[in-house]
Write a protein that binds this ligand. Structure first.
Ligand code: G6P
Ligand code: BGC
Ligand code: BGC
Length: 924
């Protein structure tokens, strides 16, 4: 046979082409017809092979396997549940690509009442051929134009118009309103759209149009609209099947089987995009020469091979090619063709539907053929009917095989439980070809006998379903707005941070001068960093962070060696009596000494005490006030070293020689300074936060000036306690402050450090729940529990390597069962809160560095910061955000951050070692 030639262009238009030997009809004409139509026959075995092969491809695509490239796409649609029937409101729907060259605009009213349906208003527009094949912008401008024409012609409300776009081409969706076109199919080929977000293109076009303000809130494949619009019936409608110009199906897949998703709970509607299915072993034997010609002459040769055997855009064309072939063989039309018959696209889907319908009668077939410029005789009509039936039967059977694989997939995904499901069917082939649907149903029954399937025609051509999804998307969009509004005060601008930096500079200056300031700027009596000549064994205590530690620090020529042990300080001790606290500390020291075989030795001891102390010398520190979770009585206003010595005295057995009391910032700076002499700033971002740095001695009030520097403990946690940060403080900060054991105190610390960030997050989550954005608006008892959110969770939740499903697992462990949308909200809240913390901290470091640069009269300053603290170390982004903020706010300072590895206990021991060295020197 010669159908391989491009049938549409072989003969000049205008002439009636007749083959020479055409008439009379060849003797073997019925044989020729049989032979031709035989090619469209598909056996049950072949259908089963297609079913099996498609299933393999589907599962491969679900697993995200890229090689070999799966033949179907399995695209997540972000539609997570079938409709409840409670969705309500008025929505615009714009349908593009479902019905060939026609674009539809609908106004759909969802009443929220089951069974109560309001007839939608709709208008259809014909998309000119040159637009379908022109520039993308032109297509979207055309769509925007139709929309505005519709709105002008229909008296609908103009307020808050929300639109769902039904866009029936393969798209990568990343949300309900984000969808990138992968490739055009069917009769479309507009330039500049593939790889672009079609929602954005439509938004831009609507804006260009400027006539109406319409918000595009959702984008949906036609199969999804078909499924979602299906009225909730006896069995769940979890499959949407469309056979129109093109063909495709979607179904509800178990989310845990979709590798592309972060979420593993519930189901997600997946668009199979089976039109692109091609498997040479399964499909190859079925491809006729007509299929090959059709493919070659199509807009997308080589693509959508399966669709081209089923979709309505192609059925008429296949029939036409067969008719041309048979006419040329002299079997039909007395061997004559016509210019119309030879023109691509002249046989329409409607023609095929009518001609194969036995009830239409021969006269109707004659009329259609005559309309094509042919002169059929009495037997031609019958033959043509056979041709139409053969082409459509094959299409319906192939479609059934594909649907059977979807059903098998659903059954496998659901662990082979008996599947009872409704399939919503849409598209003109399904709607207008009674035979097609019948064959489809019968074949599905044969191929998937174990599935109990019913077929339900779609409502409003899928428009209602699109409106349903739009309603859900609109709700999510309003949640997003509320979320943004709630988090906005946490997003500090560069200007706001510059103000913080300037205020900090001013407070530092005042504090140093001894004037009233929220920054105390406490002298530490640490004037020199280690010079490497220190030697000996030292004890160190480290109190005030997550852990209380006792350490043995051996400083030798080869470096520093540390042995340490962590002891717990129960909350009742931290908040009990001072005597109890210091007795406990001494008990721990005794235990440590015994374990280390140090009993009876009186080693010099350095005490890291991470609370604000006014020091009167290296070994004298008056506790000004407790911070963080500590509140032991009778300590404030007392010399901590004296309290420790008193406890040692009570425990007569031990002898200890307390040489130095050191803030953790100072210990950290000294510890890092041992490695890098440029380390002149110490920073802690852990349970609490604070910084120290080397200040010019002449600037430190209350000390006899002179050359050189002294380390100043800023106690910046208290920054803002004079109200200077109030403009930045949110109502959540106020709640956290109010509930703390030191209301009104440590305002900067309460916006930054680990002890409080979790609480801020918890308060934001409570607010979002009351706004209905989280937990479907239901207040969770667990969320009322103070301190359930630890800093650790913030760090874990924001870790890039953790998928959202793990975020949810973390929160579920806390007794907070979340949906995937909830998990995303929680993540965003954590990000906003920790970003603000890091940026405020960066503004503080920038203030310190700039002050150092200026007071040293330098153009540029190169300085290192020794840093410690669980939040800084464990949080995945905190440190880089601090550094970035410093670069932004102190561009003339090259600030390097060094993480302290050994804790500030080592630094305390080094301060002690330096003091011993200097003392020895004086003695000599
Ligand atoms: C250092 C010190 C602690 C200090 C802590 C801050 O390593 O040794 O005394 O307070 O870091 O971190 P944290 O997160 O434990 O409060
Ligand atoms: C498209 C699908 C669509 C189907 C039915 C295909 O060409 O790729 O996205 O669902 O046609 O309209
Ligand atoms: C204390 C500081 C300490 C910081 C970090 C604050 O609460 O007041 O002295 O350096 O926490 O631990």
């Amino acid at each position: 046979m010669d159908a391989a030639g491009p049938a549409g262009v072989q003969q000049g238009a205008g002439a009636l082409g007749c083959s020479q030997e055409a008439s009379p009809r060849p003797a073997d004409s019925s044989g020729l017809v049989q032979e031709c139509l035989q090619q469209f026959k598909v056996t049950e075995a072949q259908l089963q092979q297609i079913q099996a092969s498609l299933l393999v491809s589907m599962e491969q695509a679900l697993r995200g396997e890229a090689s070999p490239a799966p033949a179907v796409r399995m695209l997540p649609t972000y539609v997570g549940s079938i409709p409840h029937g409670t969705e309500q409101g008025d929505f615009l729907v714009l349908e593009l690509g479902a019905k060939g060259a026609s674009l539809r605009v609908l106004w759909v009213t969802l009443t929220g009442i089951e069974g109560h349906r309001v007839e939608p208003r709709s208008q259809e527009f014909v998309i000119p051929q040159e637009v379908m094949l022109g520039a993308g912008q032109q297509l979207f401008d055309f769509a925007a134009h139709c929309l505005s024409e519709f709105l002008d012609a229909h008296p609908v409300s103009r307020q808050g118009l929300q639109l769902g776009l039904s866009f029936s081409f393969p798209c990568h969706q990343t949300g309900l309103d984000r969808s990138t076109l992968i490739s055009w199919t069917k009769g479309f080929r507009c330039s500049g759209v593939e790889g672009q977000d079609v929602v954005q293109l439509l938004r831009d076009a609507i804006q260009r149009q400027g006539a109406h303000s319409v918000e595009v809130v959702a984008v949906v494949n036609d199969t999804v609209g078909t499924m979602m619009g299906c009225a909730p019936g006896l069995r769940p409608c979890e499959v949407g099947l469309v056979v129109d110009t093109g063909t495709n199906a979607c179904y509800m897949e178990e989310a845990r089987h979709v590798a592309a998703l972060d979420d593993d709970r519930g189901r997600m509607c997946v668009s199979v995009e089976w039109g692109s299915f091609r498997d040479d072993a399964a499909l190859g034997p079925l491809l006729t020469a007509f299929d090959r010609t059709l493919d070659r002459e199509s807009l997308n040769p080589g693509a959508q091979r399966f669709e081209k055997m089923i979709g309505g855009l192609y059925l008429g064309e296949l029939v036409r090619l067969v008719l041309v072939h048979l006419a040329r063989r002299g079997v039909l039309f007395g061997g004559c063709t016509s210019p119309a018959l030879l023109s691509r696209g002249s046989v329409l889907l409607e023609h095929v539907a009518e001609m194969e319908d036995p009830s239409a009668g021969a006269a109707r077939v004659h009329a259609i053929l005559q309309g094509l410029g042919l002169s059929p005789d009495s037997s031609d009509a019958e033959l043509v009917r056979h041709v139409c039936a053969a082409v459509c039967t094959r299409a319906a059977q192939l479609c059934a095989a594909a649907l059977a694989s979807v059903l098998s997939r659903m059954q496998r995904g659901r662990e082979h439980r008996a599947l009872r499901v409704a399939v919503a069917t849409g598209g003109r082939v399904c709607e207008q070809h009674p035979r097609f649907c019948r064959i489809l149903r019968e074949t599905v029954k044969v191929l998937a006998p174990e599935c109990d399937v019913s077929f339900v025609p779609s409502v409003d051509g899928g428009g209602r379903g699109v409106a349903m999804v739009t309603a859900v998307a609109a709700r999510l969009a309003s949640h997003r707005r509320l979320l943004e509004e709630t988090l906005a005060p946490f997003r500090l601008s560069r200007e706001q941070l510059a103000v913080v930096q300037a205020q900090m500079r001013e407070a530092m200056a005042k504090g140093l001068r001894g004037e009233a300031s929220s920054l105390r700027m406490l002298p530490t009596y640490v004037r020199a960093t280690p010079d490497g000549s220190e030697r000996g064994d030292f004890l160190a205590l480290d109190l005030g962070g997550t852990n209380f530690r006792v350490l043995l620090v051996r400083v030798a020529a080869g470096g520093v060696q540390i042995t340490s042990q962590v002891y717990s300080i129960p909350e009742c001790v931290a908040q009990g009596s001072g005597q109890q606290l210091f007795d406990h500390i001494v008990d721990c020291i005794v235990d440590f000494q015994q374990k280390q075989g140090l009993s009876g030795q009186s080693l010099p001891l350095g005490f890291t005490f991470s609370f604000p102390c006014r020091q009167l010398g290296l070994d004298q520190g008056i506790l000004l006030n407790w911070t963080k979770g500590f509140n032991a009585s009778d300590c404030e206003g007392q010399d901590i070293v004296r309290l420790l010595r008193a406890a040692i005295g009570r425990r007569q057995a031990v002898e200890l020689n307390v040489v130095a009391i050191v803030n953790d910032t100072v210990g950290t700076m000294m510890s890092c300074g041992y490695e890098d002499p440029r380390c002149e700033i110490g920073l802690i971002v852990g349970t609490g936060t604070n910084a120290c740095y080397m200040e010019e001695l002449r600037n430190v009030a209350g000390l006899t000036g002179g050359p050189g520097r002294m380390c100043v403990n800023m106690e910046w946690g208290a920054f803002g306690d004079d109200g200077s940060l109030d403009a930045l403080s949110t109502c959540f900060d106020a709640s956290v402050d109010r509930a703390s054991i030191n209301p009104g105190k440590q305002r900067f610390e309460k916006m930054i450090s680990g002890m409080y960030l979790g609480e801020i997050v918890r308060h934001v989550l409570l607010r979002l729940t009351s706004l209905g954005v989280l937990f479907r608006g239901q207040q969770m008892g667990r969320l009322q529990t103070r301190d359930i959110f630890k800093t650790k969770f913030l760090s874990e939740i924001e870790s890039d390597s953790l998928a959202l499903r793990q975020v949810r697992a973390i929160l579920e462990d806390l007794g907070l069962p979340l949906t995937s949308d909830d998990a995303l909200v929680v993540l965003e809240v954590c990000q906003a809160v920790s970003q603000r913390a890091a940026r405020l901290c960066g503004a503080g470091v920038a203030a310190v560095a700039e002050r150092m640069r200026e007071s040293r009269g330098l153009e540029e300053l190169a300085v290192s910061v020794g840093v410690d603290g669980t939040l800084y170390k464990l949080h995945p982004h905190f440190s880089s955000l601090v550094a970035a903020t410093v670069r932004e706010l102190a561009p003339r300072c090259a600030v390097t951050f060094l993480q302290s590895e050994d804790g500030s206990g080592k630094g305390a021991a080094l301060v002690t070692a330096v003091a011993c060295r200097l003392a020895q020197k004086t003695r000599v």
